[in-house]
Design a protein around this ligand. Structure first.
Ligand code: SME
Length: 186
């Protein structure tokens, strides 16, 4: 089913996507299955993408996680490229033209625009025991690429942030990232 055809607007499409996500991950507890289905849902239902997937923060680097699209670079350092920038800033980064983003990592030369949403997990959420004094931490990023320049705007940013917020409780992020590791600068 193509949600984009039934949606009345882009914001509405994201509401439908979040509902679909809930149906897919709400009954499952396996983190890998849920991340894989989340990436597949976005890639399948959002028009104009050539890549959708996750990078997970492991031992000081962002490491390629479940995704849809062409094979991609495996390791990205915090602060490096669009993914590393969104991770370090802890905020969504929208890049209308990747050729004008200094340090952009070109995994696929066809990609022209990109959006990256950090996955900020609250202390006590995302698996493991809540520990006194633990702060929110960034478990990784969601990355979407498009061959169209200017594909992503503020509606995509808000929609994907909500998508990530709804996904967070359905993934054991401590398992997904290997272990609890301290964040640089936090
Ligand atoms: N372009 C990204 C790297 C990941 S790929 O696009 C899948 C970046 O600059 O961080």
């Amino acid at each position: 089913m193509a949600l984009a055809r039934t949606a009345s607007s882009k914001a509405d499409l994201y509401s439908l996507l979040v509902r679909e996500l809930q149906a897919l991950v709400g009954v499952e507890t396996d983190w890998l299955a849920n991340l894989a289905n989340a990436a597949a849902l976005l890639y399948d239902q959002l028009p104009g993408l050539n890549w959708a997937g996750f990078y997970l923060y492991k031992d000081g680097e962002l490491v390629l996680g479940p995704f849809q699209g062409r094979p991609a670079c495996v390791r990205i350092r915090p602060g490096q490229g669009v993914c590393g920038t969104a991770f370090s800033r802890r905020e969504t980064v929208v890049v209308p033209d990747v050729h004008h983003f200094p340090g952009h990592i070109a995994c696929d030369p066809l990609s022209r625009s990109e959006i990256v949403v950090p996955i900020v997990v609250s202390a006590g959420e995302g698996g493991g025991e809540s520990e006194e004094g633990k702060k929110d931490w960034v478990a990784g990023v969601l990355d979407l690429d498009s061959p169209e320049p200017g594909r992503f705007d503020a509606v995509d940013a808000r929609g994907l942030e909500e998508f990530v917020r709804r996904l967070i409780p359905h993934v054991d992020w401590q398992q997904a990232t290997g272990a609890f590791v301290s964040q640089p600068g936090h």
